[in-house]
Design a protein around this ligand. Structure first.
Ligand code: MGD
Ligand code: MGD
Ligand code: SF4
Ligand code: MO
Length: 763
């Protein structure tokens, strides 16, 4: 991956301190060696610990910047929508057309008819969605979504239990614990802030016991764990509740902690012991649901309750399921009843954001408000630059935690992110808040990355106009009327904040000029503002000046110039952050930011919402796409679609260096494969009522029988019969959402069979 002749002492080589800021659990240092205006090599962070070292994807980034597949000039659709036939046009023509469409739609139908489909492609403060959103705010707004595909279930549960998302201890604190439980958590591949892997490796060296609970024997389980507990997907809440059963019946709970810091333990106890519904949630009960032996559940419960401190890390993957928030709530509650919150070496689970200056700023502002009061979330009465006017004055959504500050914006004008295809197809007549005419798509491969891609095709075809800002001809870009080609983060300046809140910043210094005829999202918006006769304000300043303004409130950046010079800024913190330390050490002066001021095992706010599938205590539920649902008769396998080490979502899919890491395939256990006559590398069809994909099988012992895995992010590529030979996971997933807003990306039932092609070849 590196050019061995790039001697930094050579006259012609300039080293640019920059970084990588895809949405991949990282934000890492890259030092670009530039010769004659071309990047010839990347190095990464070689400074003192904790290092912000780039992963294989960041180090391979050169291949993405210089890829032949990059979009080079503006394009206008000439064929049918989605056929992928375009003509080259000038920037002036492209921008004029986008501006006139925006004006036309606004005048004829109103701002709510413009749907912003924005995504995670760029994670800097300045490019990607940021300038587009600011521009559209000035233009009068747009219909916006609520719900994050990453973590909405975990976030909902975190807010319900703790009233905040800032629940994670600093990574270094993992070295203070005696037991780490990685529940559906794979940081060896998914980074979760760059120093996490290092700390887990050190924990392993210190012989701190590590246990992985995952349907897949992940790289993290293989590298770090002493024990792997395979579990049937979507049943984790049952196992966590059965662990509570063991703890309660053996009197292993931390009663003093429960009495002092929590509300609702007795109500939970009634459910767990079966006093509420006549069904004790014993390990034997959970064994039938989870496939984890009762003895394993009992042992783990005892070990967790009696090893203190212990860090139970409740990952987001198992919350990306049809009833996701119940699992996260059950995990949070287990950390509370064992008293592992607010202490060194413990872990409150929750959303898991640790230190972050963003929250430092917000909590300072909050403190200025009335002491200890919880104010109902209202939309501001006067537009601010960061707000969308379409949301102003909107009452809260019916089932939102609207009384809590922070968390998801509850405006009822917003539509769930996994429900946008129904919004487009059904509009106001279908009970949605708007009739959508136009989509503004930026930094997302929407069609590929959200559930039910075939329905997405239908929805995108129904729109009057689609504009896409992109770097590559993605399956989504193919549906555009106008494509505006965008440069990469090597071709502009930006600042990135860490993914989950570790104390550092990355300054991405521009390493090379924009390649081909591309522009940054910012430059595009500057041009569009002129055509739309908008003031632009902030958008009209030079990049570095905007970045100085955007970073100014972050007082932990003591020297902007040093950050810019080095390409990173590591904030010195007095000691590793421990979530809820103040609430535990000094509860009288530091209530939890919940309605009761305590940790809510029973959440009063959820009780008020009065939704049958959103009970105030965590419960286990089946659902209509679960292993025990009628649907399983035809589609008996549970599909997992986790994140993959060779890609960031769908970005980097076509990079040959990264393809070598792992060819795309469906993981299937040898048990399920042999029942279907499938051998390793056979071409197979994975299908259900929503679609069919055709990819090779990887027959492996690394997945629990009954589940199959198609890593998300491979590009949707339907053949003439509608079979997706690209193997996009979302061709198979369901565009619904849980009561708390979780996207069910790991809750699809499928069947697998040898593909007709293989059978023909064999016969
Ligand atoms: N089945 C399944 N689906 C999932 C998930 C799952 O677990 N399972 N995970 C979900 C999660 S957590 C997430 S966050 C989403 C992510 O989904 P997306 O946000 O759609 O992420 P990407 O697929 O990486 O697409 C980002 C696009 O932005 C483009 N891009 C990169 N930089 C820039 C830039 O500076 N400007 C512009 N305009 N474009 C840029 C890239 O070329 C890329 O096509 O996927 C979700 N989809
Ligand atoms: N390389 C890489 N890293 C990334 C990303 C990427 O695309 N590529 N994306 C980033 C983003 S935006 C996000 S949101 C995060 C996502 O981070 P995570 O949500 O942690 O990632 P996943 O891989 O979806 O899920 C983690 C694990 O959960 C397991 N899992 C799935 N369903 C279940 C279940 O029902 N029970 C149990 N016990 N386990 C289950 C999966 O097998 C997987 O090993 O990753 C970030 N990091
Ligand atoms: S892809 Fe993510 S983890 Fe890898 S180098 Fe880039 S920012 Fe870091
Ligand atoms: Mo995500």
């Amino acid at each position: 991956m590196s050019d061995k002749n790039s001697d930094p002492n050579s006259e012609n080589i300039k080293i640019v301190n920059t970084g990588c800021c895809h949405d991949c659990g990282g934000r890492c240092v890259l030092r670009a060696h530039v010769k004659n205006g071309k990047i010839i090599r990347f190095e990464t962070d070689n400074s003192e610990e904790t290092t912000l070292r780039a992963c294989a994807r960041g180090r391979a980034y050169r291949q993405r910047v210089y890829s032949d597949l990059r979009l080079k000039y503006p394009l206008r659709r000439i064929g049918e929508r989605g056929d992928g036939e375009f003509e080259q046009i000038s920037w002036d023509d492209a921008l004029d057309e986008v501006a006139s469409k925006l004006i036309e739609v606004k005048e004829k139908y109103g701002n709510a008819s413009i749907l912003l489909m924005a995504g995670s492609g760029n994670q800097g403060m300045l490019h990607g969605i940021v300038p587009v959103a600011l521009m559209l705010h000035q233009f009068g707004g747009y219909t916006r979504f609520w719900g994050a595909p990453s973590y909405e279930g975990a976030l909902f549960a975190s807010m319900a239990t703790y009233g905040t998302i800032k629940t994670g201890n600093a990574r270094e604190d993992l070295l203070n614990t005696k037991l780490i439980i990685m529940w559906g958590w794979n940081p060896a591949n998914l980074i979760w802030d760059p120093e996490t892997r290092l700390m887990l490796a050190k924990a392993r060296e210190k012989d701190i016991k590590i246990i992985a609970i995952d349907p897949i024997y992940t790289d993290s389980a293989a590298i770090f764990a002493h024990q792997w507990i395979p579990i049937r997907p979507g049943t984790d809440a049952a196992m966590l509740i059965a662990m509570a059963y063991v703890i309660i019946t053996e009197n292993l709970q931390d009663q003093a902690f429960i009495d002092k810091y929590t509300v609702g333990f007795d109500k939970y106890k009634e459910y767990v012991l079966g006093l509420e519904d006549g069904l004790p949630k014993t390990p034997e009960w959970a064994e039938k649901i989870t496939k984890v032996p009762a003895e394993t559940i009992t042992n783990l419960a005892r070990e967790y309750a009696t090893t203190k401190p212990a860090a139970l890390i409740v990952g987001w993957g198992a919350a990306r399921t049809a009833m996701g928030e119940q699992y996260s709530r059950a995990g949070n509650v287990l950390t509370a009843i064992t008293g592992n919150i607010g202490i060194k070496g413990g872990y409150a689970a929750g959303f898991m954001r640790a230190y972050s200056s963003r929250e430092t700023i917000m909590s300072r502002q909050k403190k200025k408000k009335k002491e200890g009061s919880i104010v109902e979330k209202e939309q501001p009465s006067k537009p601010r630059a960061q707000d969308n006017p379409v949301d102003f004055g909107a009452p809260p959504r019916k089932y939102s935690l609207y009384k809590l500050r922070g968390g998801t914006n509850p405006a009822s004008t917003r539509v769930h992110i996994n429900d946008l295809y129904n919004l487009i197809l059904k509009g106001c007549d279908g009970g949605y808040p708007a009739d959508i005419k136009m989509a503004y798509v930026v930094a997302t491969n929407r069609l590929n990355q959200y559930c039910n891609t075939n329905k997405g095709v239908e929805a995108l075809k129904a729109l009057d106009f689609i504009v896409v800002h992109e770097q590559f001809m993605t399956p989504t870009a193919k549906f555009a009327d106008i494509i505006l080609p965008v440069n990469t983060f090597m071709e502009r300046n930006d600042v990135a904040v860490p993914w989950l809140g570790s104390p550092y910043y990355i300054y991405l210094n521009k390493a090379i000029d924009s390649l081909f005829d591309t522009k940054s999202d910012l430059e595009i918006c500057q041009e569009l503002c002129k055509r739309l006769e908008l003031p632009g304000d902030l958008l009209n300043l030079p990049e570095d000046q905007i970045l100085r303004l955007l970073t100014a409130p972050r007082r932990d950046i003591k020297s902007y110039n040093k950050m810019k010079k080095d390409g990173f800024y590591k904030v010195k913190v007095a000691e590793p952050f421990i979530a809820f330390r103040e609430q535990i050490e000094d509860p009288d002066n530091h209530p939890f930011p919940t309605l009761s001021g305590k940790i809510e095992i029973y959440c009063e706010h959820m009780a008020e919402l009065n939704h049958p599938l959103m009970p105030p205590i965590p419960k286990y539920f089946s659902h209509n796409e679960h292993y025990d649902s009628p649907k399983a008769e035809n589609y008996p396998l549970q599909l997992l679609t986790p994140h993959n080490k060779r890609r960031t979502h769908s970005s980097l899919h076509h990079m040959p260096w990264l393809e070598e890491i792992e060819p795309h395939a469906v993981w299937i256990s040898s048990v399920d494969a042999s029942q279907r006559g499938i051998k390793n590398r056979d071409l197979v069809d994975v299908y259900n009522d929503r679609g069919r994909i055709r990819i090779p099988a990887k027959v492996t012992e690394r997945i629990i029988p009954g589940a199959v895995c198609v890593y998300q992010g491979a590009w949707f590529n339907p053949d003439k019969d509608g079979v997706d030979i690209g193997g996009c996971a979302n061709t198979l997933t369901n565009d619904s959402y849980s009561p708390g807003g979780a996207l069910p990306m790991n809750s699809a039932l499928v069947q697998v069979e040898l593909s007709p092609k293989t059978q023909m070849e064999e016969s």
